[in-house]
Design a protein. Structure first.
Length: 192
């Protein structure tokens, strides 16, 4: 996780919604042999998409004037569009315009992207290795989960226990084949 000192020494800040997103980006950088800290890049978990405006004010042109980039969930795009416009970082009405501003959108969220890239069998193998497969099998049998695809069930399962998304973010990234990195993550890494 980025510390206050790492942020203070940064030339670039990557703004993400939560700690699981932060861990995934840091794990992907490690896999690529990149030392983001040495490169002057701090990955900041904002504590939710609604904090994007405050973070852009702090780190963007009106604040520390750092290079900013980011990753967001599809449902949170309106917060990012509004905040980027208010921060004077140009138009961000479309995904392409967001990408021009170095902000990339996950469909529907990072967990969805990672599960899709890995496939259900690989994610279930990771659950097995973490002794969570039995819990997932129980979860699959819950009435609310009946009739849903396992991909959707896995995505929901990741958010059922506090800390699970954080725990699995780096594990899922580490399991990715280099050519299967989700596009928003790959584009973000190329932009920073």
């Amino acid at each position: 996780m980025s510390t206050a000192l790492e942020v203070a020494n940064a030339q670039q800040v990557v703004l993400v919604e939560g700690v699981s997103d932060q861990r995934a980006i840091e794990a992907l950088a490690d896999r690529a042999g990149r030392d983001l800290r040495a490169e002057g890049v701090a990955v900041v978990a904002m504590g939710g998409a609604t904090n994007i405006g405050r973070c852009l004010t702090e780190f963007g042109p009106a604040g520390r004037n750092l290079e900013v980039a980011g990753l967001c969930d599809e449902a949170e795009v309106p917060f990012f569009r509004t905040a980027l416009k208010r921060a004077g970082l140009g138009p961000a009405g479309t995904r392409d315009e967001l990408a021009e501003q170095r902000f990339f959108v996950c469909s529907s969220d990072l967990e969805d992207e990672l599960i899709r890239a890995l496939g259900v069998p690989v994610v279930e193998q990771i659950l097995t290795e973490q002794t969570d497969l039995k819990s997932f099998r129980i979860f699959q049998q819950q009435p609310d989960q009946q009739g849903k695809a396992d991909h959707a069930r896995l995505r929901r399962f990741m958010g059922t226990r506090g800390g699970r998304k954080i725990e699995y973010a780096s594990l899922l990234v580490q399991a990715l084949d280099a050519d299967r990195v989700p596009i928003p993550l790959a584009r973000l890494m190329a932009a920073i």
